[in-house]
Design a protein around this ligand. Sequence first.
Ligand code: FAD
Length: 289
Amino acid sequence: MRISDILAGKQTFSFEIFPPKGELPVDQAREVSRALAAYDPDWISVTFSAGGSGNSGNTFAIAHALEHELDVNALAHFTCMGATVADVDRGLDAMRAAGISNVLALRGDRVPGRDVVDFTYASDLIAHIKVVAPEMCIGAACYPEGHVECEDFEQSMRHLYLKQEAGADFLVSQLFFNNEDFYRFREMCLRYRIKIPIVAGIMPFTSEAQIKRMAFTCGASIPSRVIKRLVAAGDQKDAQARAGMEYACEQVADLAANGVDGIHIYSMNHPEIGRAMHDVLVGCGYLKA
Ligand code: FAD
């Protein structure tokens, strides 16, 4: 089913998984997906390595398994950094062959040694997909605090508007730790005539080291209330992870109370994260029991 059709009818709940590496990659992903499917997500998205490197070959196989074995809507991530038009068209053919109809069109993170070829920005990829695969439902990334490479927030909003104009049907946000940033961003979208649904992305932090890494890779700011909880957890890894899970539970409950279009959980392939978020959202009436 097209994700834009689901979003037109309800507030959504979804997960992201990434294709694991190793000997049995698709089988591992199948196991994680099966466990997450138990929480009745509206879709599960599957990441794609930028530059066609790493494990991106498994993205479509996993998305196919989601759709056709587990009966879960799949959203295949797809990046254009370093890709030619022929590469992208081959990817779209592979998606069609795998029965995938939802794509998250991304530029991708910069890969050392791989430069822009035929697509400079995600909006170029979106416009291309719109022409050569008009049947696809297209999602795009958005950044409640602005994209990390773009110093000017208003400029980041103008770039986001271009994704809508190129044909994006919905947006999925970068993770954030301060819901106020997301609500401010939502208001800015109205100002910039961005009218497509915006799904809020939440990732529980798992440790002090991990949240610092996230802050530097995606530019998410760390509010003092998160820092205080990490200070209270001290050096204990378990306590840090517990603090992260509790904090994310509070974030999703607050998002539910503030009428978001959808909540997307960066599960990091951990079904227990899916369960915790599901249970909170059932508790506050966002999801049915
Ligand atoms: P773009 O929209 O092209 O933006 C990239 C930069 O260019 C921004 O700074 C933007 O402001 C600027 N820009 C855009 N248009 C213009 C213009 N016309 N003129 C000048 N500047 C412009 N990465 C992966 O590799 N694989 C994944 O599976 C993946 N999944 C993701 C899922 C989500 C929900 C999110 C939020 C991110 C994901 N990423 C993934 C990371 C993403 O690839 C990076 O954030 C990347 O740096 C930017 O991708 P984009 O599609 O937003 O690019």
